[in-house]
Design a protein around this ligand. Sequence first.
Ligand SMILES: NC(=O)C1=CN([C@@H]2O[C@H](COP(=O)(O)OP(=O)(O)OC[C@H]3O[C@@H](n4cnc5c(N)ncnc54)[C@H](OP(=O)(O)O)[C@@H]3O)[C@@H](O)[C@H]2O)C=CC1
Ligand SMILES: O=C(O)CCC(=O)C(=O)O
Length: 451
Amino acid sequence: MVSMAKVDEKLHGIYQDVVKRNPGEVEYHQAVAEVLETLGPVVAKNPEYLERKIIERICEPERQIIFRVPWQDDKGEVHINRGFRVQFNSAIGPYKGGIRFHPSVYLGIIKFLGFEQIFKNSLTGMPIGGGKGGSDFDPKGRSDDEIMRFCQSFITELFRHLGEHTDVPAGDIGVGGREIGYMFGQYKRLTNRWEAGVLTGKGLKWGGSLVRPEATGYGATYFVNEALKVRNDSLEGKTCLVSGSGNVAIYTIEKIQQLGGKCVACSDSNGVIYHENGLDLALIKQLKEVERRRIADYASYHKDARYTANGNIWEIPCQVAMPSATQNEINGKDAAILVKNGCIAVGEGANMPTNPDGIKVFQDAKIAYCPGKACNAGGVATSALEMQQNAQRDSWTFEETEKKLEKIMVGIHKLCYKTAEEYGQAGNYVLGANIAGFIKVADAMVAHGLI
Ligand SMILES: NC(=O)C1=CN([C@@H]2O[C@H](COP(=O)(O)OP(=O)(O)OC[C@H]3O[C@@H](n4cnc5c(N)ncnc54)[C@H](OP(=O)(O)O)[C@@H]3O)[C@@H](O)[C@H]2O)C=CC1
Ligand SMILES: O=C(O)CCC(=O)C(=O)O
């Protein structure tokens, strides 16, 4: 056992080094700080992790690939974007994590996402390592043909680094079934292999899994319901806010409604829809999944709904908040408003949506704060179920697959809850998720020697 003071000093030094070695990558620094701040007790108990520099190694990606993505728009104009894939850690399985297309993407965003993915994937109990990729390409307003040409160019470079036993991407912001289809087609053409397990989130007719589109939102909702059960409560009858109106938000709203909750607001990057009588999910799906329109259009179908351009969704009173859009969408001030308005649970469908000040407010208020790396792990867990079905050349029913997802989420909740309890911090899901996710990866790294 090493003294806590010595461990804290060591972890602080590691964090300082991460900042120095990765200048300007503020989201990555934030993700590392949040994990390192909770690892003290487990490191003190296992000095071997320090001796073998497991934490320094976990903070350094195994491989980072940055590449040029040239493509032509419908008018023949040439564009150049930048592509990224960070293969962070393969101690417990092939790199696994989504691809994000958004103009804000740069190395620091992909690294924070890849770092989070290491611990998240470990929590699922499935054999998947951590990775993430993306591009600063903006898909908004682009035609299907432009999206196809971009995806083909992206994979023309990336394909050589992928493989069902090497690195298995999936979707994230701006990447859904359409984009995965174009990437899979190009991978097949370049490799002359029908290798289903190389990508997940595939279409149902060509190797996809039922429930994968629903999985992140459904899983996050199950997690929050478990956290409420511990408090002798449930989602039944709760008024909920769900930010975003993309894949994760839509299926979070769906599962909350199935469990008897009422979602009154959602959003996109332009504004917020508030519908006190409860959101019309069929309309949201039509606007967003089929017609690719803005959420503002919702208000023209429901006269009792209110649209606020650039509004702040967290100012609407609720009991449960499910941030499902992007990183750092809740700050300390937003968190304080939520708590003041009676919010009792926050379930993160998005990755790192609450900034450190916000997390502190939720933890001080002792509400059920469910961090993304545990709460939104249902998506990647179902991707691993898709890989299992691909390996078996089988496909399971919706009911069977959803039952497995629910069991995995109940299991992740229990693991995080029990780990926090074991380390004397009952109810601290941040600590529980970080420690439980870390131990499995760290032990595998010790077993593999110095690599
Ligand atoms: N898809 C998955 O399986 C998983 C996703 N996640 C995380 O969930 C979150 C949402 O992803 P997903 O639903 O797949 O993505 P989508 O692209 O389907 O939807 C994203 C939604 O969030 C909004 N949004 C994105 N960026 C911003 C921004 N900077 N400011 C305000 N709103 C924004 C989008 O609005 P607009 O259309 O206006 O841009 C859109 O409504 C991300 O944090 C992602 O990393 C986590 C686990 C798995
Ligand atoms: O399904 C996957 O592989 C990745 C999902 C993802 O990107 C995430 O969990 O953030």
